[in-house]
Design a protein around this ligand. Structure first.
Ligand SMILES: Cc1cc2nc3c(=O)[nH]c(=O)nc-3n(C[C@H](O)[C@H](O)[C@H](O)COP(=O)(O)O)c2cc1C
Length: 117
């Protein structure tokens, strides 16, 4: 892929209204290594507050265990999944009870998710 195309994709991610994080599935704890501006707008977490952490930091005790189990099984299988999860903003206000959190594998090490507020 050319540098121009990479720059275009990067700008598209920056302009997207969907929050996107990319996690490194090859590392223990599957840490986030990239979060777009919409993720910050939706959750209130700056990229440097998300990078290096597992996405589970958005959850609280009332995040549905059944859906998390579904996500865990999909991750283990390297499969796509779409679940509705209760996540919390930086301010601890509920961020996405009604929006789907989608996760899909990307070949070679990364996967991405979008979450709607
Ligand atoms: C790319 C990616 C994105 C994820 N996004 C979210 C998310 O937005 N919200 C969330 O609660 N969990 C998200 N998860 C799920 C958690 O990281 C974790 O896999 C889930 O809590 C199940 O694992 P656990 O049982 O160790 O907590 C995401 C996982 C991956 C790999």
């Amino acid at each position: 892929m050319s540098l121009a195309m990479l720059n275009l994709f990067s700008r598209a991610l920056d302009c997207s209204s969907n929050g996107v994080v990319i996690s490194d599935m090859t590392l223990p704890g599957q840490p986030v290594f990239c979060a777009n501006p919409a993720f910050t707008r939706i959750t209130g977490f700056e990229p440097d507050e998300a990078i290096g952490r597992n996405c589970a930091f958005l959850q609280r005790d009332d995040t549905a265990r059944a859906e998390l189990g579904e996500l865990r099984r999909a991750i283990a299988a390297g499969a796509a999944a779409q679940v509705v999860l209760r996540n919390y903003r930086r301010t601890a206000r509920c961020s996405s009870t009604n929006g789907p959190s989608r996760r899909w594998p990307v070949p070679r090490a990364a996967s991405a998710t979008t979450s709607a507020s």
